[in-house]
Design a protein around this ligand. Structure first.
Ligand code: WCA
Length: 553
């Protein structure tokens, strides 16, 4: 069992408003949630040991299910989980020499094997680096160049996207399965010497410059997140059964797939969002919580007739994060599903996921909010001169706490531009707090598009467009879209005499990027509007596209 030290509240010289959490002297917003304990930072500890040492607090019966699959009869019980994790770690260490500090690249859709693999790799001190299987070979090769893996895990349908020189284990092979079940008795895992400050995972964030950034998250980051989640968890009579319809390779699903297990709950894996399959599984597994991105909520309200064919009476809550959810969708959801609360959350990969969320039905009723600060978080709302602002004033959201990333892998410059010397992470989002500590998202400062809650960097698409021999200049902007949130739209200047058309441009980009990054519409211009130093006036382009003028161009 891991010894824990309660986090001693800092000696406060200044008073904090108990309603908003705001300190008018420091201009810092503090969390209003329960405080929590963390193991001493110097204790060698992996996320996996932390989870298994704390599971005893969540008594489960021997038949309690930890992991379920939506398409196969696979079920893994809580009582089996630690054994499977250890068995797999043993094989990976002895047969593939995986050990502390090495990196494993993962390319897979959700399955119950993934959290087991994550926990096994963490227990060995191996850095886990998961990627979207829909990424193009070009994108995958960029990520591999960044994280330098010694091994890859994938499934037979995406193995061809990996470079031939990388040893690869297929997750859908009998060999992988046997590694989880093979080692029956004693394990001789290497002595646990994993430092909490070791990097545990490298997750990919788009980065506004267009290149993938590898977000380095430590064991301490994950342990802090999980300890905070435990402090906030309420005691329940029935177990939480969460169906996760967001991918395990992005921080939202990544955290969720083992947070729920660490809290003694059940996680149902669904490979890709499919409304009817999801509704059927809610009925079959008596799902209580759904983890979704906004487009899936839109699909639920637009197709309530599909959902109504199934018994969804077990559903208590839908957790929605990854992108902004329109108030109109929440209102329609309440009408269609009056017994299901919508918990909104705001998070970033660079902060190990959630920074704020609404807890319980009362907070869910606060219109438009993305929730209150989680227990491990401090925040500031900052004006353009770096000055902190009080409640109801809009400015850039800065956040600080033990879940903030170590930095971007091999990119000191990018790290320095987002993380300051006092540990504040500049989110690039304009927000405000009200006088009850609720956060409201206003708009994005950074040049980033969110398509179905995936990040798309306009700069990456602009660079690609500019490599086309018949294009002299290009700019990419977000365009509002009911289902996807935003779609990438391009403004293109063709070489004189060129007859290049919209479809050819869309195809040219689509061949080189993941499908979610595809350009969905093209407008042709004689020149791209720019200011005197040559910066593209994107707001003008956004206005042009919104006014409908662009379509006539
Ligand atoms: C379920 C969604 C919303 C919709 O699914 P979909 O419509 O089936 O689309 P896909 O995303 O699977 O695929 C996108 C496109 O790629 C296509 N595609 C796909 N795989 C292929 C293929 N292998 N070949 C070819 N075409 C393909 C697919 O057909 C589709 O095409 P299109 O219809 O044109 O959009 C899906 O997009 C989705 O899971 N999005 C969520 C992404 C996500 O996790 N974002 C979070 C990032 S991290 C973050 O912000 C954290 C926040 C957070 C917040 C709160 C917290 O508490 C913690 C954290």
């Amino acid at each position: 069992m891991v010894k824990e030290d309660p986090i001693t509240p800092p000696l406060l010289t200044f008073s904090i408003d108990p309603e908003s959490g705001f300190c008018s002297n420091t201009k810092i917003f503090h969390s209003l949630r329960h405080p929590f304990s963390l193991p001493p930072q110097t204790t060698p500890l992996s996320v996996t040991s932390f989870i298994f040492s704390s599971l005893h607090r969540y008594p489960t019966t021997s038949s309690a299910v930890a992991l379920l699959d939506s398409t196969t009869p696979h079920r893994i019980l809580h009582s089996q989980l630690q054994h499977l994790v250890n068995s797999l770690a043993f094989s990976l260490h002895h047969e593939f020499r995986l050990s502390r500090g090495k990196t494993a690249f993962l390319l897979s859709l959700n399955s119950p094997h993934i959290p087991i693999l994550y926990l096994s790799l963490f227990s060995l001190g191996v850095i886990v680096s998961p990627s979207n299987p829909a990424n193009s070979a070009r994108e995958i090769s960029g990520q591999i160049h960044l994280c330098k893996p010694v091994i890859a895990f994938t499934t037979s349908d995406t193995a061809h996207k990996l470079p031939y020189f990388l040893p690869t284990i297929l997750l859908d092979s009998p060999e992988f399965n046997s590694m989880m079940f093979r080692n029956q008795n004693s394990f001789h895992l290497p002595e646990n010497q994993i430092s909490q400050s070791d990097t545990a995972a490298i997750l990919y964030s788009s980065g506004t410059t267009g290149n993938f950034k590898g977000v380095e998250l430590t064991h301490r980051n994950f342990i802090s997140f999980l300890a905070g989640a435990r402090a906030a968890a309420t005691v329940r009579k029935t177990p939480v059964v969460t169906l996760c319809a967001v991918p395990y390779f992005h921080v939202y699903g990544f955290m969720l797939c083992f947070r729920e297990v660490a809290l003694g709950g059940t996680v149902v894996a669904i490979k890709r969002f499919d409304l009817e399959l999801m509704a059927r599984k809610v009925e079959e597994f008596k799902v209580t919580h759904l983890a979704l991105a906004p487009p899936s909520l839109v699909a639920m309200v637009n197709n309530a007739d599909v959902a109504s064919k199934y018994d969804l009476s077990s559903l208590e809550m839908v957790l929605c994060g990854g992108a902004l959810l329109a108030n109109a969708v929440t209102e329609r959801f309440k009408i269609e599903f009056p017994n299901v609360a919508v918990a909104q959350a705001y998070g970033l990969t660079e902060a190990t996921g959630g920074i704020t969320r609404t807890m319980g039905p009362n907070e869910s009723r606060v219109k438009g909010t993305v929730g209150r600060l989680n227990s491990f978080c401090q925040a500031k709302i900052v004006d353009p001169n770096g000055l902190g602002l009080p409640p109801f004033k809009e400015g850039e959201l800065w956040v600080r706490g033990p879940t903030i990333m170590k930095g971007y892998a091999a990119d000191k410059e990018a790290t320095a531009s987002i993380l300051d010397a006092d540990g504040w992470l500049k989110t690039g989002d304009i927000c405000y707090f009200d006088n009850q500590g609720f956060l409201f998202y206003v708009e994005r400062m950074k040049d980033l598009i969110k398509y179905k809650a995936y990040q798309v960097a306009p700069a990456e698409l602009e660079h690609l467009l500019q490599t086309h021999p018949e294009i002299t200049d290009a700019a990419v902007i977000p365009y509002p879209h009911e289902e996807a949130g935003q779609i990438p739209v391009a403004f293109v200047v063709r070489k004189s005499g060129s007859l290049l058309n919209e479809k050819q441009i869309i195809d040219f980009v689509a061949k080189q990027v993941a499908p979610y990054k595809k350009i969905r519409k093209v407008f042709f211009l004689d020149s791209i509007p720019k200011n005197a130093p040559g910066k593209v006036l994107k707001k003008e382009l956004i206005k042009l596209s919104a006014s409908g003028t662009a379509s006539k161009l």
